[in-house]
Design a protein around this ligand. Structure first.
Ligand SMILES: Nc1nc2c(ncn2[C@@H]2O[C@H](COP(=O)(O)OP(=O)(O)OP(=O)(O)O)[C@@H](O)[C@H]2O)c(=O)[nH]1
Ligand SMILES: [Mg+2]
Length: 228
């Protein structure tokens, strides 16, 4: 839920969701370092908060706060959930108030079913709001490894889960974008781009769709503004 404060600041919550060890924490680490070291549209403010186990696996959540460098009153609260199955009740809590989701897939083919399970849980928690009210971005992470899930395979999963719209549907334009990523700093790939697109969509949903996907007249207005 986008929060507007009395001093006109805007807080947007973006959540990395996905199975254990899919790379959510690594994504946020890389995003933090990248935006700290390079001139990008967001800059971290303060440190990353990480609540993890000795193994490095998240115990509760990670959180980073990023400020838009173009609209300085806009802040992104970026969270990751603890992906291990047993933390399901906790994830539900962390999800509260989320404005945009980056679903982080462990692309290794032997984790195919685990990713689907994680997506089903997300669907359950979001109660039909994905895409319609909460923008969804997919990152097929660990693409640097061999034997990884192909984009088409994941698109089929989205179709099976009714998270993909055909061209005759107004929501077609808000279908999730699927990025092939590597979250590791040394080989990083599309970490910033996937985040940016999620952030952009959450803002568009607010500005043009009044909290939902801009379709119909809202979309016409958005397209006209784009042409200006
Ligand atoms: N090869 C490869 N390894 C990755 C990539 N992203 C993360 N890893 C590794 O995968 C392991 C798990 O990464 P984390 O970022 O802790 O995963 P997580 O999704 O936060 O896991 P939980 O907190 O348990 O839900 C670590 O050893 C990472 O270094 C990637 O893109 N490629
Ligand atoms: Mg983690």
């Amino acid at each position: 839920m986008v929060r507007f404060t009395a001093d006109h600041k805007v807080y947007i919550k973006i959540l990395y969701w996905g199975m254990g060890a899919s790379g959510k924490t690594t994504m946020v680490d890389t995003l933090y370092r990248l935006t700290n070291e390079q001139e990008k549209d967001i800059k971290p403010t303060g440190n990353l908060t990480k609540i993890s186990m000795a193994s490095g696996s998240t115990l509760y959540f990670d959180r980073g706060i990023f400020q838009s460098t173009k609209q300085r009153k806009v802040f992104y609260h970026v969270y990751t959930v603890a992906g291990q199955s047993r933390f399901s009740p906790l994830r539900k809590k962390i999800f509260k108030g989320t404005d945009g989701v980056i679903f982080t897939v462990d692309s290794q083919t032997h984790f195919f079913e685990d990713n689907i399970e994680s997506l089903k849980e997300l669907k359950n928690v979001t109660r039909g709001k994905l895409i319609k009210e909460i923008p969804l971005i997919i990152v097929l992470n660990k693409q640097d490894l061999t034997e990884v899930i192909a984009e088409e395979d994941f698109k089929q999963i989205l179709k099976d889960e009714k998270l993909w719209y055909e061209p005759d549907n107004e929501l077609y334009i808000w279908n999730p974008i699927i990025y092939k990523t590597c979250a590791l700093w040394e080989k990083k790939m599309d970490v910033y781009r996937s985040f940016s697109e999620c952030a952009r969509r959450t803002v568009l949903y607010q500005i043009y769709g009044n909290g939902g996907a801009p379709i119909g007249d809202d979309y016409t207005k958005f397209s006209k503004d784009l042409d200006k």
